[in-house]
Design a protein around this ligand. Structure first.
Ligand SMILES: NC(=O)c1ccc[n+]([C@@H]2O[C@H](COP(=O)([O-])OP(=O)(O)OC[C@H]3O[C@@H](n4cnc5c(N)ncnc54)[C@H](O)[C@@H]3O)[C@@H](O)[C@H]2O)c1
Length: 444
């Protein structure tokens, strides 16, 4: 055994567990694989990979020969003989889509029972994909109840999502997109951090629930990307457009397309382009009898987000509303399809009294389609606009931040205790008014 090697047990010898066992053994650690399936245990013990996956058979054979890898069904021995247990059991869907936690519950209970007989501190690192909150509400209580030991002292729980893809799992293990370590206390990560010293990718240390959610965000985004590419390709093909060339040019933009742009939680999209173009594309697809549900879902999804803002305001049961920012983004006076305008229209309909400040919107200067739009949607808009932000803040019971143009010190100076502040645009933390108790973000 390598002198720096740790002793590790890996629960669940499926795709994730087998790859991890082989790769950690290759890195010089002493690995004990644990599975309830005797066939998998037997295969690993005879030097063979329990799964078909590039390079795993060779790595398992190498580790077997070096006596760094064996398997067992004996949970107590595996926990006793190792410092760290990785949990890689399956978390399948139930028939209704609900996440099935049977294996997670069972393995947590089993590891907990084994911990009863152990005096040294033990690390339990969850790698299975589980919904946010599950580690702390399911895994930890099972471990604690079955062991009678103190979490954070006698044993430590870490969440460390896995991002490998079948087919390239070994390469992905050695070069992951990132490594995410979630713990209740950063001190709990010491032993696990060490195990990933070799990784060329960035290591993020965060809370358990953020680590759990990052895994779902990643997979949901991958699913969105696949469906988006397929729907756009389908439409292009039907229109006689070269879909491949379209995709190549589209993905070459790493500023707006393949980038963090538009991926921060914030307010609904609006303006004179996005809604109109999404609608035109969906309509054209329908004309061609194409079903493109992802494209079709964009306008309803956006509308739901606007409704959420209105709901939050109405739930306060306060009627005096101050809105900072009327146009769909700072730096423009374009009011066409501004979601903020929709919020105003709806709240007026609910009997709210609204005052609006927007440094870029002066009714006298609005012209053409822009002026026509706002006069149709809110005919008396002129009587709601104020030049002085302070006047708006003073009169409001609920303040909606709908623009990044409002300077923090001016907002703070005008706010009173007891007012509710709803941030629609996700101001940077250091730009948010510091009346924390009344601040709420629409989706953060
Ligand atoms: N397959 C992937 O590419 C991949 C990638 C990232 C994350 N994940 C996630 O990792 C987890 C495991 O996925 P997988 O594809 O390796 O699953 P899998 O079904 O291939 O393997 C799970 C293994 O766990 C074993 N097991 C069940 N209960 C056990 C227990 N109590 N003790 C010991 N072993 C037990 C099973 O016998 C099986 O061998 C899932 O949550 C999955 O969502 C999978």
């Amino acid at each position: 055994m390598n002198s720096t090697g740790r002793s590790i047990s890996i629960f669940g010898l499926g795709y994730v567990g087998s790859v991890m066992s082989a790769c950690f053994a290759h890195k010089g650690h002493r690995v004990i694989g644990v599975d309830v399936n005797p066939m998998k245990v037997e295969m690993l013990n005879s030097g063979h990979s329990p799964i078909v996956e590039a390079q795993v058979e060779e790595l398992v054979a190498e580790a077997h020969q070096a006596c760094r890898l064996h398997a067992t069904a004996d949970v107590e021995a595996a926990v006793r003989e190792t410092e760290i247990s990785f949990v890689c059991v399956g978390t399948p869907s139930q028939s209704n889509g609900k996440l099935d936690l049977t294996h997670i519950e069972h393995v947590s209970h089993e590891i907990g029972r084994a911990l009863k007989a152990k005096n040294d501190r033990h690390w339990v690192v969850i790698r299975s994909t589980i919904l946010p909150g599950t580690t702390e509400s399911v895994v930890l209580p099972h471990l604690q109840a079955a062991s009678g030991k103190r979490p954070g002292k006698d044993f430590v729980v870490v969440y460390n999502p896995e991002f490998m893809r079948e087919g390239t799992a070994v390469a992905d293990f050695f070069e992951p997109p990132y490594t995410v370590l979630g713990a209740q206390n950063p001190e709990h990560l010491s032993r696990v951090r060490e195990l990933y010293q070799w990784t060329p990718s960035r290591i993020f240390e965060t809370s358990i629930s953020v680590a759990e959610m990052v895994k779902y965000a990643s997979n949901a985004f991958h699913a969105v990307k696949v469906s988006f590419a397929n729907e756009l390709g389908t439409l292009a093909k039907r229109l006689g457009v070269d879909a491949q060339q379209m995709a190549e040019i589209f993905t070459s933009d790493t500023r707006l397309n393949i980038s963090p742009a538009y991926l921060n939680p914030g307010f609904a999209f609006g303006g004179s382009c996005l809604p109109k173009d999404v609608r035109a594309l969906s309509y054209r697809a329908r004309e061609l009898d194409l079903k493109l549900p992802l494209l079709e879902s964009l306008m309803p999804s956006n509308q739901e987000h606007i409704e959420r803002a209105i709901e939050i305001v109405l739930r306060t049961r306060r009627k005096k509303i101050g809105l900072l920012g009327l146009s769909f983004k700072a730096g423009t006076d374009d009011l066409r399809e501004s979601p903020q305008v929709q919020v105003v229209k709806r709240l007026l309909g609910e009997g709210c009294q609204i005052q609006i400040w927007d440094p870029h919107v002066a009714l006298g200067r609005l012209a053409g389609a822009n002026r026509q739009y706002i006069e149709e949607v809110i005919p008396h808009i002129g009587s709601l606009l104020r030049l002085d932000m302070n006047e708006v803040l003073q009169a409001a019971e609920v303040v909606l931040i709908g623009t990044r143009a409002a300077r923090k010190e001016l907002v703070e100076a005008g706010l009173r205790p007891g007012q509710k502040v709803l941030d629609l645009v996700n101001l940077e933390k250091d730009r948010r008014p510091s009346l924390e108790s009344s601040y709420e973000g629409i989706c953060w």
